[in-house]
Design a protein around this ligand. Structure first.
Ligand code: HXC
Length: 258
């Protein structure tokens, strides 16, 4: 499908989705979020796709929700349309792993979009922030909840209350991103990670994603039980037999998602 605000390429089992509103630093408007939701859902259903990478430009992953689209909205319009609520929910329902490859600004809704992905690989130029307070509002796509869970209360409060930006080093130190690489290597690193994931059994990749995400939704006891049951269930798969046989035979496993 042709999109106006994103570019989608599928290569070697990886769907690469590039946010593409260069004149607005990839600000997230309704059109972009709708197209992103469609592209993600298509990738999730496409048997050829085994991992998804979302990226922006060198200057900006996304500089937030589109302020020009929002500025004249009334409370009633925001409330009745549940502004961006559906779009956020759609992204977190994708079952295949999603990597955010972040260069430059990831602010407001851009930071929130990156946090909705399964992990973030950042360029050394990345800048994360929740500067909505400077606009007289607060985060609205999960920032107060996800950033707090990922980096802790003190740093999250600092970011939301002062509106300051966090550089890539600080983001890595605080656990917001999994790796930081030089800008020129960002896409190789992200696509390399995606290829590695694409080689695994989709059964265990989806189970791992579900189990890690459960850690943010439930008690430790319930989460441990959920993990153990999923772990047990993977012994019903051919891929478990293949993975363990390949280890014993000192060869590369050939997973078939069965
Ligand atoms: C609309 C935006 C935009 C945004 C940048 N642009 N961010 N348009 N919404 N969020 C546009 C600018 O208006 C400008 O277009 C062009 O992109 C380039 O931006 P500049 O400001 O000229 O670039 P620069 O001086 O390099 O500054 C970069 C920046 C700054 C620091 C990232 O653009 C900035 O502060 N942007 C806003 C960041 C922000 O407040 N984000 C949170 C948004 S609220 P023109 O046509 O004027 O040249 C949010 C809420 C989420 O995200 C909740 C949703 C439910």
């Amino acid at each position: 499908m042709a999109f106006e605000t994103i570019i989608v390429e599928v290569e070697d089992h990886v769907a690469l989705i590039k946010l593409n509103r260069p004149d607005a630093l990839n600000a997230l408007n309704s059109e972009l979020l709708k197209e992103l939701g469609q592209a993600l859902s298509e990738a999730d259903q496409n048997d050829k796709v085994r991992c998804i990478v979302i990226t922006g430009s060198e200057k900006a992953f996304a500089a937030g929700a589109d302020i020009k689209e929002m500025s004249e909205k009334t409370f009633v319009e925001m409330f009745l349309s549940d502004f961006f609520g559906d779009h956020g929910d759609a992204i977190t329902k994708i079952r295949k792993p999603i990597i955010a490859a972040v260069s430059g600004y990831a602010l407001g809704g851009g930071c929130e979009l990156a946090m909705m992905c399964d992990f973030i690989i950042a360029s050394d130029t990345a800048k994360f922030g929740q500067p909505e307070i400077n606009l007289g509002v607060i985060a609205g796509l999960g920032g107060t909840q996800r950033l707090t869970r990922y980096v802790g209360k003190s740093k999250s409060m600092d970011m939301h209350l002062t509106g300051r930006f966090m550089d890539a080093d600080e983001a890595e130190r605080s656990g917001l991103v999994s790796r930081v690489v030089p800008g020129k290597k960002l896409m190789d690193e992200a696509m390399g990670a995606a290829q590695k994931i694409a080689e695994k059994s989709m059964l265990s990749a989806i189970a791992a994603k579900e189990a890690v995400n459960r850690a943010y939704e439930t008690t430790l006891t319930e989460g441990l039980l959920y993990e153990r049951r999923l772990f047990h269930s993977l012994f019903a798969t051919e891929d478990q037999k293949e993975g363990m046989a390949a280890f014993a035979e000192k060869r590369q496993a050939q997973f078939r998602d069965k």
